[in-house]
Design a protein around this ligand. Structure first.
Ligand code: 5GP
Length: 192
């Protein structure tokens, strides 16, 4: 998606450790007009698929998922990160390794909000090694719901997450795929 790529080129900051900072429009301050265009684009891409619910993970996924949900006319469920997990049988849970914070979280979704009748679109801000998306897929599988696809804003194509998901036959649609980025020069290139 050209609009997103241009914005990443203009305002993205490449940090050491393969981290792309997009705080000025996505991860801290949020450009809602841009999110609307992203939501429309996911709707166009997934127009052929029945989707009645969007699943994301707190915190950064929530804003983009909420705006995208308007175009799908579907509610958003966000997986909650928790440190002290009280497994009383009322939640689906999994462990996710955070790429940016280098630590593990327990992540939960109440059983009330996912069921075998649901057709789910996962939405998240970044795809790197795939831990976050894989954790959400574990939760979907535990609930018996059907995963219809994964919509990512920015995929880092030089990390393995997207490749591994696509090899499993999962439909992953990323609006911008970064092919390479250099913390020293700040240069970012995209795959098309
Ligand atoms: P993964 O689980 O695929 O390794 O990483 C995806 C998650 O880590 C995303 O939910 C996102 O919050 C965070 N993340 C991964 N890489 C980056 C990055 O380069 N920049 C930012 N801002 N977040 C990232």
């Amino acid at each position: 998606m050209r609009l997103l790529e241009e914005r990443i080129q203009k305002d993205g900051i490449v940090k050491e450790g393969n981290v792309l900072k997009v705080d000025s429009f996505l991860n801290h301050q949020m450009d809602i007009a841009l999110f609307q265009e992203m939501g429309k684009e996911w709707k166009r891409i997934f127009a052929d698929v029945p989707i009645n619910k969007i699943l994301t993970i707190e915190a950064s996924g929530i804003g983009i998922a909420a705006i995208a949900a308007q175009y799908f006319d579907a509610p958003v469920v966000f997986a909650k990160k928790t440190q002290s997990i009280n497994l009383d049988g009322s939640v689906y849970s999994t462990k996710i390794e955070s790429f940016t914070h280098k630590r593990q979280y327990d992540v939960i979704v109440s059983k009330k909000y996912l069921s075998p009748e649901d057709n789910i679109l996962i939405i998240d801000d970044f795809l790197a090694n795939g831990c976050a998306v894989n954790g959400l897929i574990d939760i979907i599988e535990a609930s018996g719901a059907k995963l219809q696809g994964v919509g990512i804003a920015i995929e880092k194509g030089f990390q393995d997450g997207g490749k591994l998901l696509r090899e499993r036959g999962i439909r992953v649609e990323s609006l911008a795929i970064v092919e390479g980025m250099d913390a020293k020069t700040g240069k970012i290139t995209f795959c098309h």
